[in-house]
Write a protein that binds this ligand. Structure first.
Ligand SMILES: [Zn+2]
Length: 318
């Protein structure tokens, strides 16, 4: 189990922006310069009782690129876009599975289109770089990133990647995470007793605001979709323990097992849907796009889902 506190070694940029953060946090309806919250008491005991809340976390305005697993064959880019203002922080993962290109191209396209109005936006387009290069889901030697959260700094390569993603999410106070995947068939075409068909679904951890937001995103995106086959479904069977057969079936080569494992107890490696165990308060959205659509359409829909969520949490201005 990942211990806390997590590393803050890259926290300097955030600290440098602190005065700006305080300014931004105070620039609401109050008149400039108004002092309304200054502590009055001077003795230590009173000050302890009246300690003001910590300033809100702010990612400095601008862009930064880092490397995850630097110096290894798995090294990959992490892009950080800060608004300089407090707000929600959205992280997007693409390329967790190397044979699901709609996910990584969708994440990559967000690099060009998504700039935060408030809060911050982080993207890892190619989370399993070697798998995307070879166009395979993953390999036994690498491990399956979406079964290994919250990660292990001395484990399989993808366990180490999971650890760095978890660490990054903690450092940047990420509270919404989109994990972009693809599934070979549409959920709407699933047979009554067949295996998982996850295309056009969004699954979340079972907590608010994730559950409500996902359904609002689905409703909004579906209202703009003209072909009924492209419509999304909300999928939430985590922890139910009595779902239909496909939710209990162990996965082998397609996206169908992670949600079940995410229902495990603490300390169990899981899909991204289990990350809130290590990062309380995190909302996770696992988006599965049906590969029976053209690649271009899958990319466009991934972008649309992400941007719709980003608007609803104030990261994109409406
Ligand atoms: Zn996947």
């Amino acid at each position: 189990m990942l211990g806390r506190p997590l590393s803050r070694r890259r926290f300097l940029a955030g600290l440098a922006a602190l005065p700006f953060a305080i300014q931004a946090a105070c620039s609401g309806d109050d008149a400039p310069g108004a002092v309304t919250d200054a502590p009055v008491a001077k003795d230590v005991a009173s000050e302890a009782r009246a300690a003001p809340p910590p300033p809100p976390f702010v990612v400095p305005e601008g862009e930064e690129r880092r490397t995850l697993m630097a110096g290894t064959p798995q090294e990959t880019d992490l892009y950080i876009f800060g608004s300089g203002k407090p707000g929600n922080v959205l992280m997007v993962l693409g390329g967790v599975h190397g044979n699901e290109p709609g996910g990584w191209f969708g994440a990559e396209r967000l690099l060009d289109s998504l700039r935060p109005a408030t809060g911050a936006f982080l993207v890892v387009p190619y989370a399993n770089r070697l798998a995307t290069r070879d166009f395979v889901r993953t390999t036994p030697e690498l491990g399956d990133l979406n079964r290994l959260y919250p990660g292990d700094p001395i484990g399989l390569p993808m366990a180490r990647m999971a650890y760095e993603i978890t660490e990054t999410a903690s450092e940047f106070h990420v509270n919404h995470l989109i994990d972009m995947h693809e599934s070979w068939a549409f959920y709407n075409d699933r047979p009554q007793n067949g295996t998982a068909f996850l295309g056009q679904t969004i699954g979340t951890n079972v907590a608010e605001p994730a559950v409500t937001l996902a359904q609002e995103v689905i409703e909004a995106v579906n209202s703009r979709i003209l072909a009924s086959r492209e419509e999304f479904f909300y999928r939430n069977r985590i922890g139910s323990g009595n779902g239909p057969p496909e939710s209990r079936r162990q996965e082998s080569s397609s996206d169908q097992g992670g949600i079940r494992q995410a229902a495990g107890g603490s300390g169990v490696s899981s899909s991204s849907l289990g990350l809130p165990r290590a990062l309380p308060g995190l909302s996770v959205y696992l988006v599965e796009m049906g590969q029976q659509q053209t690649l271009e359409r899958r990319i466009a829909l991934h972008v649309e889902v992400a941007e719709e969520l980003a608007r609803r949490i104030g990261i994109l201005s409406a």
